[in-house]
Design a protein around this ligand. Structure first.
Ligand code: GGG
Length: 368
């Protein structure tokens, strides 16, 4: 464990089911701190930012929001987006403002096939599947470069340009991150995903950087695949996957596919990392605010709780992070599932079961 024992966490539940699942993640973190016997603790400060805040204040977060968040050890985030506020306004005003403002350039999204969950894949060895999507999180198609013009020419004449930004530095740091991550894993393989046959500037640059960096990692197997073929590989040859690195947009889409194949978007966790630790990193479930089920008490808390496990790992609580992942596995294994996974449990019932599994796991570990 690291020296630091008390962490200040900024909590932004955001919109819709973000509120519900973050509440569950906090229950887990609170129990962990209580059962640590004073070894570590968290203090949580809540920020009411999101679409309701926008409707009341004309902005998604406080004007000095980034300055305020800067002082925290980590950010625990729910979801953003709600009918009545255009999606691009809510996304850019909150999630992207934080990810880009804090240069959280590495977005890791593990795809885990959990026991007791019916996968959409017909695969003989589902529990052996385990891959992680590494999303470039600072530029690419999300650079926000472009504009709309020529409205003055009259109806039907408008033009919109949306440019993707690929910098050599941006490509290199995320590709290197993927290689370093692969080195910590059993399979030690990095698959780089682009569409460089069609995107002949930015993605060719990405491919060239990948070809250069891979030479420094002769111990890591590599593969370069076009995004369309990669989508097929997710479904048809998932055992070939280990670390999959891709641009902002491609990795977003592929990671949704991965978690849907694993059973539901509700189980997918993610970490937005400022690798240099100049700024706080942010941990959030991959899923959005899900207005269709918000307020019903049936949202799946596993994505948010898994994100809390990623946060623990980032803070140096590696054993606790592993224990939490084991508790997630134990809970799905015993069939404590929300309706998105074919179960009948409420959000709170899944967390109740998980908290009790976590206690058992912690008690079975001899203390040192
Ligand atoms: N917790 C993730 C979240 O709220 N996502 C909302 C969303 O629409 N994200 C799109 C993106 O970040 O690419």
């Amino acid at each position: 464990m690291t020296e630091q024992r008390k962490w200040r966490i900024a909590v932004i539940p955001g919109d819709g089911i973000g509120q519900e699942v973050v509440h569950e993640g906090l229950r887990v973190l609170e129990q962990m701190s209580e059962t640590s016997g004073g070894q570590f603790s968290f203090s949580f400060d809540f920020f009411p930012w999101g679409c309701q805040y926008y409707l009341e204040n004309g902005r998604m977060m406080a004007e000095d929001g980034l300055q305020t968040l800067q002082g925290y050890d980590a950010i625990y985030f729910g979801a953003v987006g709600w009918p009545g506020v255009p999606d691009h306004v809510s996304l850019w005003g909150l999630r992207l403002a934080i990810c880009q403002g804090f240069d959280q350039w590495a977005n890791t999204r593990p795809v885990r096939f959990l026991p007791g969950i019916q996968s959409r894949l017909n695969h003989p060895n589902l529990e052996s599947l385990d891959w992680i999507v590494v999303r470039e999180n600072s530029e690419g198609e999300y650079a926000g470069l472009g504009g709309r013009n020529l409205q003055g020419r009259g109806p039907g004449k408008e033009v919109a340009i949306q440019s993707a930004l690929f910098t050599e530095e941006g490509c290199e740091r995320i590709i290197r991150y993927a290689f370093e991550l692969a080195r910590t894993r059993k399979r030690k393989k990095v698959t780089s995903v682009t569409k460089s046959n069609a995107q002949q500037y930015g993605m060719v640059l990405w491919d060239e950087v990948f070809a250069r960096v891979r030479k420094e990692y002769p111990d890591v197997e590599t593969e370069q695949v076009l995004v369309d073929a990669m989508a097929a590989q997710f479904v048809l040859k998932p055992e070939r996957l280990d670390v999959v690195v891709a641009s902002n947009l491609f990795a977003d889409i592929l990671s949704d596919l991965g978690s849907a194949l694993a059973g539901s978007l509700g189980i997918a966790a993610s970490a937005n990392i400022n690798v240099e630790r100049r700024y706080p990193s942010m941990f959030e479930p991959v899923h959005g605010s899900a207005p269709d089920i918000a307020g019903k008490g049936i949202a799946n808390p596993i994505g948010a709780i898994g994100s809390a496990a990623l946060m623990l790992d980032h803070l140096g609580l590696h054993t606790e992070s592993q224990q939490l992942l084991q508790a997630i596995d134990a809970t799905t294994r015993e069939g404590k599932l929300t309706p998105d996974l074919g179960g009948t449990c409420t959000t709170a019932e899944v967390t109740d079961a998980l908290l009790s599994n976590l206690k058992q796991i912690q008690n079975s570990v001899p203390s040192v």
